[in-house]
Design a protein around this ligand. Structure first.
Ligand SMILES: [Zn+2]
Length: 520
């Protein structure tokens, strides 16, 4: 059995709060999904906005290898001919060879929202589908609100999908548009529909009950052979079904084929890539691909993982391109350090003098307020320094940060920095939204010609915590910075009595980690 994966990140995903794609963003995502082997990509609604139309026209020039581009639109308006419908004209103009048409199936929507008759809605479905199939297009029918429709008026809901099938639709897609249906009901209804139609059957779930992934998988088990969803579950309200765990679960748990075996390990990368282009923070706890998905903490637990990974891991992280993460803290002790060292391909024995030395250093730093559990990149650098597997990428000669407030004008921040890179002195200045941002801008400006890949990373999170509050203004602060690029997310730490100094430490670790990573 094979399931077709249909991605709607560029349409439904683009409805997510905080997401706005430029045409170029959409092109980049489409190419990445093509590489992954996604079968269909819905690019948008050519009739609804000029940006979507531009995307189709742009994509017509670039050839996709594995993916078919799909245009999206609605059934014709009531009481007009399909050929006169502006939306349908736009779909033809997009030149997409596959079209998904959504239409009403819920009698309540037909009468109350569309303000037309149940018969006219059936005509609209038939006319629209046959108008497009008559022009040689491959048409899918998205049955909007299908599960609510089925609950309200089963006979009519079935009539709607049969009308689409009779008019030549190649697939009928059952949509849980409001996202409120429970898994057992999805399973039962999908099974009933499977027995009544002969074309391909798709499922499109929204996540309002937190069940979109489970619902999509249940539909497959009931006979659906196409799953619609978005990368990372982006979408309006609570999002759409997340294709990342859907693909992993289909292949690894249900033994259902969808994308190629050798593409499965791209999942982590694709998830990060899309979060990066979408300007969304990668969720650490995202199943399979989040940075904490295979993180281990606590001595006993780590001992077990070290002996046999299966004891605490449901799958091998490498299968989806992720990796195991050992959280380092005082509690973990020698075993944790050894395991972490092994991950980094450094050999450490339990009684090794080096292990003891690192443990001592770690305890000293933790006493000062460093907390490496949440800063694995800083820890890795620390280990590499201890093993002399590290060379400096630049040396700081000094920096100065000026924060200025004049009467009631906006506060301005400027950083001036002096560095030495490969024997060359760099002296730059930059402004920023705050002192740390100014410093970040200045150091990147100084390094950009030497290390061009730095332009591909950015800071995705910045956290400050006051440590010993009682000391008042002289208290130490801990700064945690999270950075990301198209492939990874990593965290670094700095501790000082001065917030700029602490930020600087975390910033330097973040940059060095990126450069070290790119080098290997
Ligand atoms: Zn949707």
């Amino acid at each position: 059995m094979k399931v077709q994966i249909y991605d709607t990140t560029l349409r439904d995903g683009a409805q997510g709060e905080g997401i706005s794609y430029s045409v170029m963003d959409k092109v980049r995502i489409a190419k990445e999904l093509d590489r992954l082997g996604i079968h269909y990509i819905e690019g948008g609604w050519p009739g609804s906005n000029p940006k979507d139309m531009e995307f189709y026209l742009r994509m017509n020039k670039s050839r996709l290898k594995n993916t078919k581009l799909v245009a999206f639109g609605s059934t014709r308006r009531p009481k007009i001919e399909a050929a006169h419908d502006a939306n349908l004209k736009a779909i033809l103009k997009s030149q997409a060879q596959t079209v998904t048409i959504f239409g009403k199936t819920w009698d309540l929507h037909v009468v109350e929202v569309l303000k037309t008759t149940l018969d006219e809605n059936l005509n609209m479905i038939r006319d629209t589908v046959s108008f497009l199939t008559g022009r040689g297009l491959n048409v899918f029918y998205d049955a909007e609100h299908f599960f609510d429709a089925y609950r309200a008026n089963k006979e009519y809901a079935i009539k709607c999908v049969l009308a689409a099938q009779e008019a030549g639709a190649k697939a009928v897609v059952l949509c849980d548009t409001n996202g409120g249906t429970i898994t057992s009901e999805i399973l039962r209804v999908t099974g009933e529909i499977r027995r009544q139609i002969r074309v391909s059957l798709g499922i499109h779930c929204h996540n309002d009950t937190g069940l979109a992934v489970a619902n999509s998988l249940a539909a497959v088990e009931a006979g659906a052979d196409m799953v619609q969803g978005t990368i990372n579950g982006y979408g309006e309200r609570c999002g759409n079904a997340d294709l990342i765990p859907i693909i992993a679960n289909l292949k690894l748990k249900l033994n259902v084929d969808c994308i190629d075996d050798n593409k499965l390990k791209e999942l982590t990368h694709v998830s990060h890539f899309v979060s990066e282009v979408s300007n969304m923070k990668q969720r650490n706890d995202q199943p399979y691909v989040g940075s904490s998905a295979f993180a281990h903490k606590g001595g006993v637990h780590i001992n077990a993982v070290m002996k046999t990974p299966k004891s605490y891991e449901h799958v091998d992280p490498g299968l989806v391109g992720n990796r195991r993460k050992i959280l380092v803290s005082e509690l973990v002790g020698k075993t944790g350090i050894m395991l972490r060292a092994k991950d980094l391909e450094m050999d450490l024995g339990k009684e090794d003098a080096k292990t003891k030395k690192i443990l001592k250093l770690l305890q000293k730093l933790e006493n000062e307020g460093f907390h490496f559990e949440a800063a694995e990149a800083s820890f890795e650098l620390l280990m590499k320094k201890a093993f002399k597997k590290y060379k400096r990428f630049f040396e700081l000669e000094g920096f100065r940060v000026v924060v200025e407030k004049i009467s009631n004008k906006k506060v301005t921040s400027e950083a001036i920095i002096k560095l030495k890179v490969r024997g060359i002195k760099e002296h730059t200045a930059a402004e920023g939204d705050g002192p740390v941002n100014a410093l970040d801008n200045a150091v990147r400006k100084a390094l950009k010609d030497f290390y061009p890949t730095l332009s591909k990373m950015h800071l995705s999170d910045f956290k400050v915590r006051v440590l010993n509050e009682k000391a008042g203004t002289a208290a130490r602060v801990r700064v945690l910075i999270q950075s990301q690029d198209e492939a990874d997310t990593w965290s670094t730490i700095g501790v000082s009595e001065n917030i700029i100094e602490a930020s600087w430490q975390a910033l330097v670790d973040s940059i060095e980690y990126k450069l070290l990573k790119d080098q290997s």
